[in-house]
Design a protein around this ligand. Structure first.
Ligand SMILES: *[C@@H]1O[C@H](CO)[C@@H](O)[C@H](O)[C@H]1NC(C)=O
Ligand SMILES: *[C@@H]1O[C@H](CO)[C@@H](O)[C@H](O)[C@H]1NC(C)=O
Length: 353
C-alpha cells in the first residue's frame, strides 16, 4: 500500500481518513530514517531530547559483539516502524486511536514523539557502530502489527519492550564475555530509557509502573525470533547477516492468571523432528528456569500439536514477563542460555500483573 500524499506531508485534513488511508509503514520514513541527513538528524535529536552518544568507540570488536549490534539495530528499526505508525494513528484520529480527552491526547502525542525519536537514536547508534567496525548497517524490513486500537497497541508495545529489557541484559553479558567492555555502558543507558517508556505503557494499562525488582532476562536468539513475528516474510534486505537462530513458534492458548493452573499451548511440528518426551520451560525474572512436563492433548490439522502443562504460579510467583519455550530436555537448566540450547519451539510470551 502507498502512503497517501497527505500523510507524507503531515497535512491535517487527513483526520477524516477512511480505513483505506491507514498509514502502512514502509521505509524510508518522512524524517529520513534509516538514513537521515545532517539536518534531519538534528531534528531527530531535538525530538529525542538528546543526542547520539559521541564518545569514541573502541578500534576492535568481537564477532559476537557484531551480532549484538546487528540484533539491536534489527530490533530498534522494528520499534521505529511501530512507534511511527502508532504516532500517525493517534495524530490522524484513526478509528480505534481517538483519544477524546484533549490533555491526554496532547500528552500521548508529545510522549510518542519523544519515544519514536529515542528509538531512532538507538537504531542509529547501533548502525553507526556497525559502520565504524566496517560492517554493513542493518536495513529495515516491511512490518505488520496485529493491532487496530490504541489499547492493543500499548499492550503490544509493553510486550516487546519487556522482551527488549531482557535481551539487552543478555547483550551486556555477551559483550562482557567477549571483552567488548567499552560497548557495555551504552546498553545500560538504553535499558534505563526503555524502562522509563515501559512505566508509561504499564500505567496506560492500569498497572503500577514498576514491574518487578529484577526484570526477566532472555536470550538474544529468542528476541531475534520474536521480532520476526512482525515482519512481512522476504522483506528484510540483510537479515541473513545476523548470525542468530530462528525458532519455530509457540502459541500460548490459555492466558494464565495469578494462580496455579493447567494451561494449553500449541505449535506446529510440520517438518520438524520432535522427540517423544517434551517439557515446557519457563524463564521468569532472574530465577533458575522452571521446567514442567508437557502432555500432548491432540495433533490436529497441519500437524499442529495442542499440549497441556502446569503453570506453577503459586510456587514461583511468576509475575511480570515469563518466557515459555518447549524444550527437548527436562534440564535442570542453569540459566536462560542453557535453555536456548535445548529449545525446540518458542518463545511464547506471558505477562502477568
Ligand atoms: C516493502 O516496502 C517497499 C518500499 O520500501 C515496497 O516497494 C515493497 O513493495 C514492499 N513489499 C511488500 C511485500 O509489501
Ligand atoms: C494503525 O492503524 C491501522 C488501521 O487500524 C492498523 O492496521 C495498524 O496496525 C495500526 N498500527 C499501530 C502501530 O497501532
Amino acid at each position: 500500500m502507498k502512503f497517501p500524499t497527505c500523510l507524507a506531508l503531515f497535512l491535517l485534513p487527513c483526520t477524516l481518513a477512511a480505513p483505506a488511508l491507514h498509514p502502512h509503514t514502509v521505509p524510508p520514513l518522512p524524517d529520513g530514517m534509516p538514513n537521515p541527513d545532517a539536518e534531519q538528524l538534528q531534528q531527530i535529536q531535538h525530538r529525542a531530547h538528546g543526542s547520539l552518544p559521541n564518545s569514541p568507540l573502541p578500534s576492535t570488536i568481537s564477532d559476537k559483539g557484531i551480532t549484538n549490534l546487528q540484533l539491536i539495530a534489527f530490533n530498534e528499526l522494528f520499534e521505529v516502524a511501530f512507534f511511527n505508525e502508532l504516532l500517525l494513528n493517534v495524530t490522524l484520529n484513526i478509528p480505534g486511536y481517538m483519544i477524546l480527552n484533549k490533555i491526554d491526547r496532547a500528552f500521548a502525542i508529545e510522549t510518542l514523539t519523544a519515544i519514536l525519536a529515542q528509538e531512532e537514536v538507538h537504531a542509529l547508534t547501533a548502525n553507526n557502530a556497525l559502520k565504524h567496525f566496517n560492517k554493513d548497517p542493518i536495513e529495515p524490513c516491511n512490518y505488520t502489527f496485529p493491532v487496530s486500537t490504541f489499547q492493543d497497541a500499548i499492550a503490544l508495545a509493553a510486550t516487546f519492550t519487556d522482551v527488549v529489557l531482557g535481551t539487552l541484559q543478555d547483550v551486556i553479558v555477551r559483550f562482557a564475555a567477549n571483552k567488548d567492555v567499552e560497548l557495555m555502558r551504552v546498553i545500560a543507558a538504553t535499558i534505563g530509557n526503555e524502562g522509563e517508556q515501559q512505566g508509561w505503557f504499564r500505567l496506560l494499562q492500569d498497572k503500577i509502573p514498576s514491574e518487578s525488582p529484577t526484570l526477566t532476562t532472555t536470550d538474544v536468539n529468542f528476541a531475534f525470533t520474536a521480532v520476526q513475528n512482525f515482519i512481512l516474510p522476504g522483506t528484510c534486505p540483510n537479515i541473513k547477516n545476523i548470525n542468530l537462530k530462528t525458532f519455530p513458534g509457540l502459541h500460548i492458548v490459555t492466558t494464565p492468571g495469578a494462580r496455579t493452573q493447567k494451561i494449553l499451548v500449541s505449535f506446529s511440528v510440520k517438518d520438524h523432528n520432535v522427540p517423544g518426551e517434551l517439557w515446557l520451560t519457563y524463564i521468569n525474572q532472574l530465577n533458575v528456569p522452571v521446567v514442567v512436563p508437557l502432555e500432548v492433548v491432540e495433533v490436529g490439522k497441519e500437524d499442529v500439536v495442542v499440549a497441556k502443562a502446569l503453570w506453577p504460579y503459586d510456587e514461583h510467583l511468576l509475575n511480570g514477563l515469563t518466557i515459555a519455550v518447549v524444550t527437548g530436555s527436562g534440564g535442570p537448566f542453569g540459566d536462560v542460555n542453557a535453555v536456548e540450547q535445548a529449545t525446540l519451539f518458542g518463545p511464547g510470551l506471558i505477562i502477568l500483573n
